[in-house]
Design a protein around this ligand. Structure first.
Ligand code: COS
Length: 378
C-alpha cells in the first residue's frame, strides 16, 4: 500500500465505497438467506469489476495484478462471497482465455465475460480428486471433430449461475495413462445439454456463494471448446491457480481487516470493571498483534501481485488465510459472549475465513508447493 499508484488508490476507493454502500448493510441477511440480492452482480458488472483482468479492447479495465488484488480486498471487506465470485471468474475464465485462447475463443467469450454478461466458473475438483488434482476422471472422448464429456465435478462455486465453465477432463487413451499430461481444459457453455447441476452444498461460511455438484452427462462439444493443447490442461489449471490464489489471499486480507475494525470499535465502546476494554493492556496487545498481522499479510499480497510467481502466490495465500483465521478468531474473543452470537458480525467472518485455508489448494498443499519451489533446480 505504501507505494500504491494513484490508479490503485482510486480503484481501492471505488471498491470500498461500493462495499460500504451496497454490501455491508446486507451481509447478515445474505448469510441467513444463503444468497446475494439479485442486483449485486449486475451492479458490479456496471462498474466494470467483471473485466478487471480483461484488456480494454474487450471492454475490460485492464488492471495489473496489484490493482486487482486491492479491489478484491476491499470488496471482500464488504462481502467475501463477492470477492470469491470475481476472483474465480477472473483467474480461470478471463486470464486463461487471454493466455491460451485462440483468437476466435477470445472474440466469442472475452467481451461478454468482461462486461459481466457471462459469469465464469471452474470445474476441476471431483469426489476423488481434490488435493490430487491430476487424478481427475471426467472423460473427454473424441467424437468426429469434437468431444463428448462425462463425469462428476464437485464444489463448483457458481456452477449454476455461471454461463461458462472451465472444465478439466481426461483426454488420454487409455484414461489416466498420461497422468497430469493427459488432461485438457474445455470451455463448456453451461447451457449445454447434459450439463446438469445437482445438490447445493450446505457450507459453514460464504453462504451466499452457491456451491454445487455438476454432472456432465455426455455433453457434446465442438472442437472450439478445447482450450489450447489437449494435453496441457493441468498446467493451465495450475497457472489459473497461481492467479486464483492471489485473489483468495486478497479476499483473506479483506476478511481480516473487517474483523480487526469490528474488534477495535467494540473494544473502544464496551465497558467492564468500569473501564473501556481498550484501556486494558491485555486487550491492547491483542489488537496490536491483529493489526500487525493484517499489515504483514497485505504487504505480502501486494508483493506477490507485483512479482508474480507460483511460490509468491502460494506464500500469499498461505499467510493471508492463516492471518484471516487467526484475526477473526481473536475478534470473536474480543467480543466475548457476544462474539459467539449470530447477532454480531464476527462469527460470520470466522466462518468465512476458514474456507480460505482450504479452497484453491489447502494450506498443506501450499506448503508442499513452496517447499518444491525452494528445491527447484537443485
Ligand atoms: N505453473 C505452470 N506449470 C505447473 C505449475 C504451475 N504453477 N504447477 C505444476 N506445473 C506443471 C509441472 O511443471 C509439471 O509439468 P512437467 O512434468 O512438464 O514439469 C506438471 O504441471 C505436473 O505438475 P506436478 O508434477 O507438480 O503435479 P502433481 O500431481 O505433483 O500436483 C499439486 C501438484 C499438488 C501442486 C497440484 O495437484 C495442486 O495444486 N493441488 C491442489 C489443487 C487445488 O488447488 N484444487 C482446488 C481447486 S479449486 S476448489
Amino acid at each position: 500500500m505504501t507505494h500504491a499508484t494513484e490508479e490503485q488508490q482510486q480503484v481501492r476507493e471505488l471498491a470500498r465505497e461500493f462495499a460500504e454502500r451496497e454490501l455491508r448493510p446486507h451481509v447478515e441477511r445474505w448469510d441467513r438467506e444463503w444468497a446475494l440480492d439479485a442486483s449485486v452482480l449486475p451492479a458490479l458488472a456496471e462498474l466494470g469489476f467483471f473485466g478487471m483482468l480483461a484488456p480494454e479492447e474487450y471492454g475490460g479495465m485492464g488492471f495489473d495484478l496489484p490493482t486487482y488484488v486491492g479491489a478484491l480486498e476491499e470488496l471482500a471487506w464488504g462481502e467475501p462471497t463477492v470477492a470469491l465470485t470475481l476472483s474465480i471468474h477472473s483467474a480461470f475464465a478471463v486470464s486463461l482465455l487471454l493466455r491460451h485462447g485462440s483468437v476466435e475463443q477470445q472474440q466469442r467469450w472475452l467481451g461478454p465475460l468482461a462486461r459481466g454478461e457471462v459469469l465464469g466458473c471452474l470445474a476441476l475438483s471431483e469426489p476423488g480428486a481434490g488435493s490430487d488434482a491430476a487424478a481427475v476422471q471426467t472423460l473427454a472422448r473424441r467424437e468426429g471433430p469434437g468431444w463428448v464429456m462425462s463425469g462428476t465435478k464437485k464444489w463448483v462455486t457458481n456452477g449454476r449461475i455461471a454461463g461458462l465453465a472451465v472444465v478439466l477432463a481426461r483426454t488420454d487413451e487409455p484414461p489416466g495413462s498420461r497422468g497430469a499430461k493427459g488432461i485438457g481444459a474445455f470451455l463448456v457453455p453451461t447451457e449445454s445439454v447434459g450439463y446438469d447441476v445437482g445438490e447445493r452444498e450446505h457450507t459453514m461460511g460464504l453462504r451466499p456463494a452457491e456451491v454445487v455438484t455438476v454432472q456432465l452427462r455426455d455433453v457434446r462439444l465442438g472442437p472450439e471448446a478445447l482450450l489450447g493443447d489437449a494435453s496441457a490442461g493441468f498446467v493451465y489449471a495450475m497457472q489459473g491457480l497461481d492467479v486464483g490464489r492471489l485473489g483468495i489471499a486478497a479476499q483473506a486480507v479483506g476478511i481480516a481487516q473487517a474483523a480487526l475494525e469490528h474488534a477495535v470499535a467494540y473494544a473502544g465502546e464496551r465497558e467492564q470493571f468500569g473501564q473501556k476494554l481498550r484501556t486494558f493492556e491485555g486487550m491492547q496487545f491483542k489488537l496490536a498483534d491483529m493489526a500487525a498481522r493484517v499489515d504483514a499479510a497485505r504487504a505480502l499480497v501486494a508483493w506477490a501481485a507485483a512479482t508474480p510467481s507460483t511460490r509468491a502466490s502460494s506464500a500469499a495465500k498461505l499467510f493471508a488465510s492463516e492471518t484471516a483465521m487467526w484475526v477473526t478468531t481473536q475478534a470473536v474473543q474480543v467480543f466475548g459472549g457476544y462474539g459467539y452470537m449470530r447477532d454480531y458480525p464476527v462469527e460470520k467472518l470466522m466462518r468465512d475465513a476458514k474456507a480460505t485455508e482450504i479452497y484453491e489448494g489447502t494450506n498443506e498443499i501450499q506448503r508442499v508447493i513452496i517447499a518444491r519451489e525452494l528445491y527447484r533446480g537443485a
